[in-house]
Design a protein around this ligand. Structure first.
Ligand SMILES: NC(=O)c1ccc[n+]([C@@H]2O[C@H](COP(=O)([O-])OP(=O)(O)OC[C@H]3O[C@@H](n4cnc5c(N)ncnc54)[C@H](O)[C@@H]3O)[C@@H](O)[C@H]2O)c1
Length: 264
């Protein structure tokens, strides 16, 4: 057995208890590995048990501490139970990366009520559920840090992604509003807003947009953001926001897009 968390005690998240929703895949997985490497005890809440357990095994093999709790974060009862399990295992939660999400690529006029409900549930209700569940203990314990995954589509408009962009705008506003509402309770809340990232989500998005007539080959990606973003690059941005280094950063949207948003 690799021994202990001792070697991580000086990390940027030393002694922290972090919950990561969607922490078994893509950027969430990269953040699970990175946050654990920086000393946090990490609880991964995700619907993919195989990938979740594999991520925990990788963290433990490197000497970190993590648990996987199979949780559909759209469900309040499951979130409540998961938070109780994290508290019983690790103690009070002081760090949250609310990352779980998905997308639907479709013309707005073909989008069904079921599509709308599903995307709102997975992209918005998950953040509402997990933030509402952890904020009371952060308040009682003197504060905490929350990072929510929005997107460049949280503020820019994109064809074929209207409902997706609505959901990402909603969680960006959630992040800003939590920052304002709970600042004096010691809670910081920020959003990461990535461009295209090399994850199952990002690659499916490109394939589906291509299938509907948009072109997102390497040259098109290079024109807007230089190249595709690696999941670790977003995890590093989330780490910064979660860490004490960002102690005066609150309510911000951190674009991880190599200048795409700035270019307009
Ligand atoms: N990849 C991109 O290009 C990109 C760009 C901007 C924003 N995003 C955002 O990133 C998130 C997608 O993550 P990714 O790109 O790392 O891809 P991903 O699909 O690999 O990861 C998403 C993770 O969320 C989990 N998840 C989905 N529904 C869940 C639920 N109900 N409960 C718990 N876990 C659930 C999945 O199992 C998966 O592990 C979304 O919020 C998306 O809006 C992605």
């Amino acid at each position: 057995m690799p021994n202990s968390t001792a070697s991580f005690s000086g990390g940027r998240l030393a002694d922290r208890v972090a919950v990561i929703t969607g922490g078994a895949g893509g950027m969430g997985r990269a953040a699970s590995l990175l946050f654990a490497r920086e000393g946090a005890k990490v609880a991964i809440l995700d619907i993919q048990p195989g990938a979740g357990r594999e991520t925990v095994a990788e963290i433990e093999a490197a000497g970190g501490v993590a648990i996987f709790i199979e949780t559909d974060v759209t469900k309040v009862a499951a979130v409540t139970a998961a938070v109780e399990q994290v508290n019983a295992t690790f103690g009070g939660i002081d760090t949250l990366f609310s990352h779980a999400g998905t997308l639907i690529v479709k013309p707005l006029h073909e989008t069904t009520d079921a599509d709308y409900d599903r995307l709102m549930d997975i992209n918005v209700r998950t953040s509402f559920n997990i933030c509402r569940a952890v904020i009371p203990q952060m308040v009682s314990n003197g504060g905490g840090s929350i990072v929510i995954t929005s997107s460049i589509g949280g503020e820019k408009g994109f064809a074929l992604e209207s409902v997706y962009c609505m959901t990402k705008g909603a969680v960006l506003q959630l992040a800003r509003s939590i920052a304002v509402e709970y600042r004096d309770a010691g809670i910081r809340c920020n959003a990461v807003c990535p461009g295209f990232v090399k994850t199952a989500h990002g690659l499916t998005e490109i394939e589906q947009l291509d299938g509907l007539g948009q072109k997102w080959n390497d040259a098109d990606l290079a024109a807007v953001q230089g190249r595709i973003c690696e999941p670790e690059e977003v995890a590093n941005a989330a780490l910064f926001l979660a860490s004490k280094e960002a102690s005066f950063v609150n309510g911000t949207a951190l674009y991880v897009d190599n200048g795409w948003y700035a270019k307009g």
